[in-house]
Design a protein around this ligand. Structure first.
Ligand code: SF4
Length: 362
């Protein structure tokens, strides 16, 4: 294996969370009390940055702003010249405000809010601070923008509907609040709202998108989603605010999502993007916390040669055509493209590499 690190990582700073969302995909690994050692983590990040790491997304498996010294970690990542993004539940926007001065153009913070009303927000998220409201969370947005207008702020909305479940737990429906949420986000000063479908984690640990039990049910849900997105766009017409659909929502609506479940045997993305968590380092966010997807310990990149040899092992060992056969993988096209490139042993086509877009997030 060449002396390389992943181009992009998902970094779970903590497994602790102050919400108890009924739709949480990482429920089984939350609040597991294992922690990063701050200096070991920084050394891993230094080593990766020297070997090609370009971006870090501070995200899941817990709430990143609960990490002690969250703002200091953002400052450190920026000092390494990395692009940085944060996915937060919005409960500690004072910490986002502290970190705001360090972000640069192209960086983003996305809040997972999933509701248009305070009532549905509280029922879905069960925040430990019982009186926390969407009103309060959104009131921070102008303050954060005032400190750093370059930081892109997103409102994320996972669409749930009757019939969805996490194991035995039925999820609270929010599909009827899509338009209210978009209006609220626009008026609060967010740059965009992003809609995505609810994913369920199977027994083998993979996140899958097979939400409706029958084709008829699925089509009815899709029609409602489409109407709501059109209404949200109409309401935002003439403003700079964007109403976005996640890639997996687009393929769900286009009806071709099963095409994204046919992976090649080797997943090349395992080298380009990894997930560093307090529980260990994994090959993909879709398999966070799953033992067969484990590359090494949480600090494996502090010793790059070990991490590289473990990455090489999992590239040979992990059969994506089997392990990800139920996953709607957004990197399916990338993996197929890389596979074809390797097999062809031919010169790159004229259009590759494309012009650099400056977006290093994977
Ligand atoms: S094939 Fe897709 S889902 Fe499977 S490990 Fe690779 S990126 Fe993840």
């Amino acid at each position: 294996m060449p002396d390389l690190a992943p181009l992009s990582i998902n970094l779970d700073l903590t497994t602790a969370c102050n919400y108890a969302c009924d739709h949480c995909i990482d429920w089984d690994i939350l609040n597991s009390k294992v922690r990063h050692e701050d200096e070991e983590l920084r050394e891993s990040l230094r080593q990766m940055a020297q070997r090609g790491l370009r971006s870090v997304i501070l995200i899941g498996g817990g709430e990143p702003t609960l990490y002690p010294g969250f703002a200091s970690m953002v400052e450190f990542l920026k000092s390494l010249g990395l692009s940085v993004a944060v996915v937060s539940n919005g409960s500690r926007n004072d910490r986002i405000l502290q970190a705001a001065p360090f972000f640069t153009s192209g960086d983003w913070v996305r809040l997972s809010l999933d509701a248009g009303s305070n009532e549905v927000f509280r029922r879905m998220h069960n925040p430990s601070k019982k009186d926390l409201s969407l009103d309060e969370i959104c009131s921070w947005i102008p303050k954060i923008k005032a400190v750093n207008p370059d930081l892109l702020l997103g409102f994320s909305f996972v669409i749930t509907w009757t019939g969805g479940s996490r194991g035995e737990v039925k999820v609270v429906e929010n599909i009827h609040e899509m338009v209210d949420a978009a209006n609220r986000a626009r008026l609060a000063g967010f740059d965009y709202i992003s809609f995505k479908p609810f994913l369920e984690r199977q027994e083998d640990g993979a996140e899958v998108m097979d939400p409706a039990k029958t084709e008829k049910d699925l089509q009815a849900v899709i029609a409602r989603i489409r109407d709501n997105i059109a209404a949200a766009r109409d309401a935002a017409a003439g403003s700079t605010f964007k109403v976005l659909e996640s890639t997996n929502l687009r393929v769900l609506m286009a009806g071709n999502w099963r095409d994204y479940t046919k992976q090649p045997k080797t997943c090349h993305m395992q080298l380009l993007r990894q997930v560093v968590t307090p529980l260990g380092t994994y090959n993909c966010p879709a398999h966070r916390g799953v033992s067969k997807a484990l590359i090494g310990g949480k600090g494996v990149w502090a010793a790059p040669q070990d991490a590289q040899s473990e990455t090489s092992r999992i590239l040979g060992q992990f059969d994506a055509s089997h392990e990800c056969a139920e996953v709607t993988c957004l990197y399916n096209g990338t993996n197929r493209w890389l596979e074809a490139l390797i097999e062809a042993s031919a010169p790159l086509p004229d259009e590759a590499p494309a012009d650099e877009s400056g977006d290093w997030f994977l």
